[in-house]
Design a protein around this ligand. Structure first.
Ligand code: AMP
Length: 212
């Protein structure tokens, strides 16, 4: 059976980094709503113009905009996939049920203080979206992406006040999804603390041991 995975976790829990690695390892298509929305903002598309204010304030973008994006990406998609950053609330999870048969939800668990540190020191590549951390995952040359040579920047929503708001929204709207998928018997909880490689091995082990 193709893996159809939802990756849950607070902002800064390492979702984006682990999502990329897991997709490479398992040959899955990665769909990251955050990356897609940032690209839309950068390209000033109608979606980007509508989404920008919500994103800069650390709020969720309205469901109808994000759902449209997901429907477009999933339609006609062959094989397994991993959703990073979607669903973010119960309404999105219920809509997802109508278009895909999710068979695994991985939740990355990380302490809140560690999250704030991770996000505030996070830097992202403008060109390829690769994510770095000033201390835990620095680039070889300051401010230059190791992978594509693109320029690094700090996401506008990675400043401390916006991070606090994103965490508040996460706890209120997204955290309840762990129960939603647990009740269905497909939730895998993984300790997201520690080195990137260490967390990746934990996730991989949990996925391989998971019985549908
Ligand atoms: P992320 O990169 O996943 O942290 O997402 C960055 C921002 O994009 C979030 O703070 C939201 O403003 C927006 N966003 C990403 N995914 C969703 C979603 N599924 N629903 C609503 N807003 C989203």
């Amino acid at each position: 059976m193709d893996a159809k995975i939802v990756l849950l976790g607070a902002p800064g829990s390492g979702k984006g980094t682990q999502a990329k690695r897991l997709c490479q390892e398992l040959g899955l298509t990665l769909i990251s709503t955050g990356d897609l929305l940032r690209e839309a903002v950068r390209n000033n598309t109608p979606l980007g113009v509508k989404a920008k204010g919500y994103m800069d304030a650390g709020k969720l973008v309205p469901d109808e905009l994000v759902i449209g994006l997901i429907k477009e990406k999933l339609s006609g998609l062959k094989g397994g996939f991993l959703l990073d950053g979607f669903p973010r609330n119960l309404e999105q999870a219920k809509m997802l049920d109508t278009i895909a048969n999710i068979n695994m939800a991985i939740n990355l668990d990380v302490d809140e203080q560690i999250i704030v540190d991770r996000i505030v020191k996070r830097r992202s590549c403008k060109q390829c979206n690769e994510v770095y951390h000033l201390e835990a995952k620095p680039t070889k040359v300051a401010d230059v992406c190791d992978k594509c040579g693109g320029e690094l920047y700090q996401r506008t929503d990675d400043s401390e006040p916006v991070v606090r708001e994103r965490l508040r929204v996460y706890k209120e709207r997204t955290l309840p999804l762990t129960k939603f998928y647990q009740d269905r018997g497909i939730l895998i909880n993984v300790d997201g603390q520690g080195e990137i490689d260490e967390v990746f091995e934990r996730i991989l082990k949990a996925v391989k041991e998971f019985k549908h």
